[in-house]
Write a protein that binds this ligand. Structure first.
Ligand code: 13P
Ligand code: SF4
Length: 352
């Protein structure tokens, strides 16, 4: 079926998407993450970073259908937060985040049990939004919360105000960057390797924050050498990176922040400013196109392959089905997992 849509001329395809959106009216909203391709993102009713899209999904009470142009964990979050009579659709079922899969619920639970025994329960679990629903559910069950790159610091502070120790899934780099940013010294941060829990436990006793050994291949591609190289060519350049980058890269950059923070910083820069950005290339290119009066480029070329999988053809395929009264590519989360994941997400949405 997708093949039929692939043969449509672009103008015709775009016109059909617009008509289907009109026909579905208030029954539909389309959410799009900043890393989506322009030809898809142009149809989003709302675009945002992970936190903003979770907040929007939680507030959409009218739409019967929420199409999420992003990756699986984002659509799962929307499915957990929306009402039971709302349907969340991921137009490309293969659009998953490999980092989210680096911690399964069982592995996370094993680490939780081992560290809880070590510290007599004086421990709170926090998971990055880029995680499986079952890991969010574990955090919900154990009094913890979800965070995104936009609110990791207040969530870490919130956790450490309640308990002496924190266990963070599944991004080592966001975990370390956040712990360092709130003043936890490097020697109080321990790495948990799910492939070797016994060795991980041996490293834990002196730690305040334990971070999971997971990473994003899009952001670990950026290096300090890239920063030195670009500064050699442009002495007055400003460098901003996403906090999924390694700590040494964040330290060598001028600023770091979520995708929406990066957008705000670029928008606020003076005409003529030179800015190199360490994040996914679709966002960097969009900013370069939007601000021709500034010199904007990537720190290095880095594409999120699964974000890039969603095409206008995928979007039209699900819209075409909806207008014909059929729902395809629905994202569901089992009720028990959803119940606890929702608690962890709601805690995140209330912490300031
Ligand atoms: P943001 O929450 O900053 O939008 O990032 C999401 C993401 O997947 C980064 O890799
Ligand atoms: Fe996952 Fe990295 Fe892609 Fe974000 S950029 S969705 S963390 S693989």
């Amino acid at each position: 079926m997708l093949r039929d849509y692939e043969e449509l001329p672009t103008d015709e395809l775009f016109a059909r998407i617009r008509r289907a959106k009109e026909q579905l009216g208030d029954d539909l909203i389309i959410l799009g993450h900043h890393y989506q391709r322009d030809d898809v993102l142009q149809f989003a009713d709302f675009r945002g970073d992970s936190l903003e899209l979770a907040q929007i999904a939680a507030q959409q009470h009218r739409a019967r259908y929420i199409i999420f142009c992003g990756v699986d964990f984002m659509a799962e979050t929307a499915a957990v937060l929306c009402a039971p009579d709302q349907t969340v659709i991921l137009p490309e079922a293969e659009a998953f985040c490999p980092m989210a899969m680096m911690s399964t619920g069982d592995e996370a639970n094993q680490a939780w049990e081992m560290l809880s025994d070590l510290w007599g329960g004086d421990l709170l679990p926090i998971t990055y939004q880029n995680s499986l629903a079952e890991v969010k559910a574990l955090c919900g069950r154990k009094g913890g919360a979800v965070c995104t790159s936009a609110n990791a610091e207040p969530i870490f502070r919130w956790a450490l105000a309640q308990k002496e120790h924190l266990l963070f899934f599944p991004d080592e780099h966001l975990g370390r960057n956040t712990a360092l940013a709130i003043g936890i010294p490097e020697e109080k941060i321990a790495l948990w390797d799910p492939a070797d829990p016994k060795m991980s436990l041996k490293r834990a006793p002196g730690a305040k924050v334990v971070i999971w050994k997971g990473m994003c291949y899009v952001h670990t591609r950026f290096t300090v050498a890239h920063i030195h190289e670009i500064r050699k060519r442009h002495r007055d350049i400003m460098i901003i990176v996403h906090p999924e980058c390694p700590a040494e890269v964040v330290r060598a950059a001028d600023q770091s922040g979520s995708t929406s923070t990066i957008i705000r910083v670029v928008a606020a820069a003076a005409p003529g400013a030179k800015i190199a950005i360490g994040t996914e290339i679709n966002l960097v290119q969009r900013l370069a196109d939007k601000y021709p009066d500034k010199t904007i480029g990537p720190l290095a070329l880095s594409l999120c392959r699964t974000m890039h999988l969603t095409t206008p053809q995928h979007l039209y395929a699900v819209l075409d089905a909806l207008t014909a009264g059929r729902t395809v590519d629905r994202v569901t989360v089992s009720p028990e997992i959803a119940r606890w994941a929702r608690i962890a997400l709601e805690r995140m949405l209330t912490v300031k």
